[in-house]
Design a protein around this ligand. Structure first.
Ligand SMILES: [Zn+2]
Length: 372
């Protein structure tokens, strides 16, 4: 009896394993065809359903993973396949449809700010007009039919919690490509996802920012990433080889220097290369539940003079003489660590070096410098 129960459990678990094997580039067979069909049904194009896991299928898996906030490794393992199966719970719906999927649709429309009437599982005229309003707002075809694209837009509506490096017109790199794919998914056309931040991407970013109540400045900083709802990392080349930010006069060892500044969180700025590294670090910390709050980044001469006066008359922290603070060179950042006993400090102690940040002032656990 026990032996029978055990062997039937083993059989069913091996059956479910072989029904959803891990698939990667180069795989072939019926399971790949199933994967391709699921990707297509979820609104991602894997090319022909030919049972061959090639570059197009790889790109579709990656786009799906990115859209669902999964690790973007292009490998269809248990999590990705699970997410794809649940995407199968979103069949195409139109006026007259009934059932649990309609209730799900109605709840998602409500969450996105559109009124489908009661969530009663009946797709009637009110639900249809809510679908049409939603489609219009997202730049989708306004047919009142909920197919893969509309489901996808509904699933990503109201998503937040993303992060990434600050991107602006002229930037290039993998994070730009991820931004473009995301904007396209959300119904803001940024053209081909080629990794180059050009005029089309700029206007898509501005339209997205406007739709989410953000300042429509076309710069993808922490707030815009948050609303985009994806976590992106990777090197970015800014126009002019590391420049591209706001150019100001900074100071290094008392000497004036022209430096380019770019935004970091909390309304602060750092030298553009340091800002890119800091934003990568901020994203990595955030992915592990740690928020790096910036209390001070770049400081102008006037700001450093005020801090130095406060230090001298005993009302402020230790401050370097004007012209000699590394905050004036744009490479220093004060992070709200709350001392050395906090999870934030421990995270920095373990990880900051990987992003080029080190401590340089023994008495100041909050003060870190970009010295890659
Ligand atoms: Zn400092």
């Amino acid at each position: 009896m026990v032996a029978i129960a055990r062997s039937s459990a083993a059989a069913s678990s091996s059956a479910s394993r072989s029904a959803s094997p891990t698939l990667r580039m180069g795989a072939r067979g019926a399971a790949v065809t199933t994967l391709q069909n699921q990707l297509r049904a979820a609104g991602f194009n894997p090319g022909a359903s030919d049972g061959v896991f090639g570059p197009k299928t790889l790109a579709a898996v990656q786009a799906f993973q990115r859209a669902r906030g999964l690790q973007v490794d292009g490998i269809a393992g248990p999590k990705t396949r699970g997410a794809l199966s649940s995407a199968g719970a979103t069949p195409t719906l139109r006026n007259g449809a009934r059932g649990a999927a309609v209730t799900t649709l109605q709840n998602k429309l409500k969450a996105a700010g559109f009124n489908p009437g009661a969530a009663d599982g009946v797709f009637g005229p009110k639900t249809q007009s809510a679908v049409q309003s939603f489609q219009r707002a997202r730049g989708l075809q306004v047919d009142g039919v909920v197919g893969p694209k509309t489901w996808q837009a509904l699933n990503s509506a109201g998503v937040s919690g993303g992060s990434g490096p600050t991107l602006r017109n002229g930037a290039r790199g993998e994070p730009v490509r991820a931004l473009q794919q995301r904007l396209n998914q959300l119904g803001f056309s940024s053209g081909t996802a080629d990794g180059v931040f050009g005029p089309k991407t700029l206007s898509a970013v501005k339209a997205f920012q406007q739709s989410r109540g953000l300042t429509a400045d076309g710069i993808v900083g922490p707030k815009t990433w948050d609303k985009l709802g994806i976590n992106v990392q990777g090197p970015v080349t800014n126009p002019g080889g590391g420049g591209g930010g706001r150019v100001v006069t900074g100071y290094v060892n008392g000497q004036p220097r022209r430096i380019s500044l770019s935004p970091v969180p909390n309304g602060k700025e750092m030298r553009t290369d340091a800002a890119a590294a800091f934003n990568r670090m901020h994203a990595a910390a955030r992915a592990q539940g740690i928020t790096l709050k910036v209390n001070s980044g770049f400081r102008s001469m006037a700001e450093q003079e005020a801090l130095y006066r406060a230090y001298k008359n005993g009302t402020g922290n230790l401050a370097a003489p004007p012209g000699y603070s590394n905050h004036q060179g744009g490479i220093a950042v004060d992070i709200n660590t709350g001392g050395t006993g906090t999870s934030t400090y421990r995270w920095l102690a373990n990880n900051a070096r990987n992003f080029g940040f080190v401590r340089t002032v023994p008495s100041e656990p909050w003060h870190w410098e970009y010295r890659p």
